[in-house]
Design a protein around this ligand. Sequence first.
Ligand code: SAH
Length: 240
Amino acid sequence: MDNLELLVNFHKDAKRQGPGSAETTLKALKLTQLNLENNLTIADIGCGTGAQTLVLAKNTKGIITAIDLFPEFLDKLKLNAKAYGFDNQINCVRQSMENLDFQHSNFDLIWSEGAIYIIGFEKGIKAWSKFLKKDGYLAVTEISWITNSRPKVIEDYWNNAYPEIDTITNKVNQLKTNGFSSVLYFVLPEHCWLDNYYHPMQERFSSFLKKYNHSKDVQELVNAEKEEVKMYNTYKSYYS
Ligand code: SAH
């Protein structure tokens, strides 16, 4: 089993595959000037098992195209959508965010939580904006420095993991340079990372190790996740 497959297997049983919460999804949704009573056309890119897709479905009358590369995640989302009665609002589509196949000016809203880093923030906003209608909105979460300086240890750690990590000011400027106006942002509170993402993940470590007989690859994956959690706990005042 390759590492990508392992990662998918590790994350597919989780409610979320990244930090977030229903409250913050709703807060961001309300920051848009969109009329949520309209039949909005929405894309949710890198939807995973769809924690945020369900929130979007519940709080809009829109039709949501939920996009992910991995069918294992989409299958879970399909089950959830059906269970919560949103299957008429959510269409699951297997596509790569790097090569989206939609008409230009198609969406009122493009959503992406914990996923734009995969294509890279700047490449993502450039590639995806053509799919937005003229007055459409983009909502993303993006790991960012929340202070102007930080200890070298955490700077090195994240620069190595994701070289595009930057200050919020620089991210906002990139958006403005690429044609987005009235950029609003807020910082995800700690419970989005800890209660909703890292703590449930920590609970899966031992059963996951056991499932794969503590194979070297699985140990490496778990150790890398443990390191990320440790970094967050130590340096969370510097990034979110
Ligand atoms: N939005 C979800 C999942 C975030 S994790 C949440 O916040 O819980 C990132 C997601 O991006 C994963 O589901 C992963 O399968 C997906 N992904 C990874 N590479 C992708 C690609 N090239 N195209 C589309 N989705 C991709």
